[in-house]
Design a protein around this ligand. Structure first.
Ligand SMILES: [Zn+2]
Length: 165
């Protein structure tokens, strides 16, 4: 249909979202990020799905562990939500891993995850205060990317079983 395409583009252009709350010191003083700089991080590629992942130099984790974790999380995410594209939609985004909570336009300016379709960027904290595992909000951001989770989070309860947060 003619009219659906512009509406979809508009939606994609305005789509950007978030998830919040990190380590205490970083919550109080979240890192200021430059999305342009994040896009320039040298990308690594995950072995299974071929996602591009850039990591800030101060991220403490082991690179291979992070890459494998991204693939593992996507397998869990897609199995849980019956996504069958083998990551095609998610591959449009570069995943930027940062050390901790960062400044953003949501959640009172403190986020541990954000996706920005204009930049083709998903930003996630390596670890977040009070949240399990590494890259704890990655599945949450993918749910936004796939249009499963609404930007206003009103259906978060329905997807949290698959996204964790
Ligand atoms: Zn969100």
């Amino acid at each position: 249909m003619r009219y659906r395409i512009p509406a979809l583009i508009l939606l994609l252009l305005t789509a950007a979202s978030c998830a919040n709350v990190g380590r205490f010191a970083q919550v109080m003083n979240p890192e200021e990020l430059s999305k342009d700089e994040l896009k320039k991080l040298p990308p690594e590629t995950t072995p299974e799905y071929g996602f591009r992942v850039g990591m800030e130099v101060n991220v403490p984790g082991n690179k291979d562990e992070i890459l494998e974790n991204v693939d593992y999380q996507f397998t869990e995410f897609s199995d849980c939500l019956n996504i069958t594209d083998r990551g095609e939609e998610a591959r449009r985004y570069t995943i930027a891993v940062v050390d901790g909570t960062f400044r953003c336009e949501y959640h009172h300016g403190r986020c541990n995850g954000e996706y920005d379709s204009d930049y083709g960027l998903i930003i996630v904290s390596y670890k977040a205060f009070n949240r399990k595992g590494i890259l704890p909000v990655l599945k949450h951001e993918w749910a936004h990317v796939y249009g499963i989770l609404r930007n206003d989070h009103k259906n978060l309860n329905e997807v949290r079983e698959c996204t964790g947060y």
